[in-house]
Design a protein around this ligand. Structure first.
Ligand code: MG
Ligand code: MG
Length: 621
């Protein structure tokens, strides 16, 4: 697979964009004319920079409003074209993208369109250049790739081919079978972009909402698999217009772009096996969270231990050589890392006591690492002492670590690294980690969604909006088929919501809450109360509303209110949530019971946010 990306997809100067593109290991770049116009370098110098970076110039674009112009404008259009050809030769660009005309002056007369494009092809051929014709979804007369292909065929000139753009084809829901009718040798390049499904005009949708394959909801895998099956072997080139991406660093967007193409090709190749073979091991099937590691200095460690004790955890081990303790309750492991001179200590210095790492059980560690490497997710290794096992980790959310633990070996690892300490006393009936909720800057969400779905076999739930007392929070879950690994990603476009204040206070993305599962919420809530866990008070009005919305048994309703438990119901069943007070305004715990329920209590989130916001204001006052 040859990879390419249009410079318009990235922020910054042309020179810095090209460096980011090369660094992310793309084979080529489409030069967007505006980027060249604003560059300090001449076209010839840009050609030299691309050569030095090992980047091919795949396309020069766009050339707009070309075909079907009335006689008085036609001559000027061809003059403009010749000047662009001059520029392309200096730039070393072999292919010009001509998009279908949107000019009100353009004629829809087919013979005129064909004649114009034939002359264009002849002029290009004289200079040893090629031209690709692309149907814009909002083109005046040509807005469908089937129509553009018909025009290209009718022109019948080797210097004129077709440019496909997944956005234009998929936005209009043009049947993918039509791709099989195109001679793949006449497709000069394929541009790719995904997008969320939104109701708006094609132009606005395209200009502002395009995103990387996998980040949106268009059937990109089917699109690419269909093309590869026809024999198309040219570049796959990203063309992403997105305001958020242009507010993000070029290197992040370039890396995400390359990751998205690697992931996309991997999925398409798997559909086409054995004709194509995937270049990566398959996506990691997570077995579940094995542990959550908290960074804490000695003082913070004492505060954490109080909360863990109040949650019904017991300290069950201390590390043989490091200041690290293991706390456990049934299948849940928490680790407190207070080791000086460690990654955890450095993390604590930036963020304060918080979750610095998460361990996930996987079936095959080496395959997991190879997949991460193929996706350019950096592997992070820490110095290890004598007798310690290497537990491999890769870069996780916001500079945290993501550890892989071999399924079936967890016990052996704990036993070899930790000395057992006392484990007496009853627990609170918390059995496993239900989900982890991570909060991040709004513009980072697409990047982290791609990170998780490309690495693990997870499905995305739709984005939901939650009213915060001071703005809006968007939330979306990523979950494995068996529910063993569930992640909730939260972000807020505003600056005053709890989630935005979390990001400001935390200095970046991080884990905001841990939901622990119980099989009996009432019993657990009573036990936690006796253990002294401080929970979030829920206003009585909530329970009056609950009584009105659901026919709940009076005893149950009474217990819920007495214990500050939130309730929800969906087609699958019932959900119960108890929320702890936040630790240092940073993270909190949720105790949940699912009775067939599949969601995350989103209808309760505004209640929780209002209560937390009020509590936060109370303590800040
Ligand atoms: Mg395009
Ligand atoms: Mg939750």
């Amino acid at each position: 697979m040859l990879t390419s990306i249009a410079t318009v997809s990235l922020s910054g100067t042309l020179e810095s964009k090209l460096r980011a593109i090369a660094h992310a290991r793309f084979d080529g770049a489409e030069i967007f004319e505006n980027d060249l116009l604003t560059a300090r370098s001449t076209a010839r110098e840009v050609a030299g920079q691309m050569h030095d970076l090992g980047l091919a110039c795949t396309v020069f674009q766009p050339f707009r409003d070309f075909e079907g112009m009335p006689d008085e404008l036609r001559g000027r259009t061809f003059d403009r074209l010749e000047r662009k050809f001059d520029l392309m030769q200096e730039l070393g660009a072999p292919l010009l993208l001509v998009c279908s005309s949107v000019s009100p002056a353009a004629s829809g007369d087919r013979s005129r369109i064909v004649a114009d494009l034939r002359e264009l092809a002849e002029r290009a051929a004289r200079r040893d250049l090629r031209v690709g014709y692309e149907a814009l979804a909002w083109g005046r007369h040509v807005f469908d790739h089937r129509d553009a292909w018909a025009v290209v065929k009718e022109v019948g000139h080797p210097a004129l081919g077709l440019i496909l753009d997944s956005f234009h084809s998929l936005a209009r829901a043009i049947p993918l079978e039509s791709l099989r009718e195109i001679d793949p040798s006449r497709i000069f390049i394929v541009q790719l972009a995904d997008a969320p499904i939104v109701q708006m005009d094609y132009l606005s949708w395209s200009r502002h909402f395009r995103n990387m394959p996998g980040q949106g909801e268009l059937p990109l895998v089917e699109f690419v698999a269909t093309l590869l099956a026809t024999g198309y072997a040219g570049p796959l080139s990203l063309e992403i217009f997105n305001d958020q991406f242009r507010a993000t660093s070029a290197s992040t967007v370039a890396l995400d772009g390359h990751r998205s193409l690697t992931f996309l090709f991997d999925q398409a190749a798997r559909r086409l096996a054995p004709r194509f073979s995937p270049e990566l091991p398959s996506a990691i099937k997570p077995r579940g969270f094995e542990f959550v590691e908290f960074a804490a200095n000695e003082e913070e460690s004492g505060q954490l231990q109080s909360i863990f004790t109040a949650l019904g955890f017991r300290r069950v081990g201390r590390h043989k050589s490091k200041n690290v303790a293991r706390w456990r309750q049934n299948r849940i492991n928490f680790v407190i890392n207070s080791e000086p001179e460690s990654f955890a200590r450095a993390y604590d210095a930036v963020h304060g006591a918080s979750v610095c790492a998460v361990g996930v059980s996987v079936n095959d560690i080496s395959a997991a690492l190879a997949r991460a490497e193929g996706l350019q997710i950096p592997r992070l290794t820490q110095p290890i002492g004598p007798g310690q096992l290497v537990m491999p980790s890769v870069q996780g959310l916001g500079g945290s670590l993501l550890y892989f633990m071999e399924a079936g070996q967890e016990r052996a690892i704990w036993d070899s690294e930790f000395l057992a300490t006392e484990d007496a006393g009853p627990d609170a009936g918390l059995v496993s980690i239900d989900h982890l909720a991570q909060t991040m800057p709004y513009e980072e969400v697409p990047s982290w969604v791609l990170y998780y779905i490309s690495l693990f076999e997870l499905s995305k739930t739709p984005v939901l909006e939650i009213a915060d007392p001071l703005g809006l929070v968007q939330t979306r879950a990523l979950e494995s088929a068996d529910g063993g690994l569930r992640l909730v990603l939260n972000a807020s476009p505003g600056s005053r919501t709890l989630s935005a204040r979390f990001v400001q206070g935390y200095h970046g993305a991080g884990l905001q809450h841990i939901a622990l599962a119980t099989r009996d919420i009432i019993a657990s809530a009573r036990r936690l109360r006796s253990l002294g866990l401080a929970t979030l008070p829920i206003p009585p009005n909530y329970y009056e509303d609950l009584a009105a919305r659901f026919a709940l048994e009076p005893t149950l309703l009474h217990d819920l209110q007495e214990l500050d438990i939130l309730y929800d119901r969906d087609s699958g069943g019932e959900y119960f949530q108890l929320v702890s007070r936040a630790f240092a305004k940073r993270f909190f715990f949720e105790i949940v019971e699912r009775r067939g329920y599949r969601g995350y209590g989103v209808p309760n989130a505004p209640i929780r946010l209002a209560a937390q916001s009020q509590y936060r204001d109370d303590i800040e006052r």
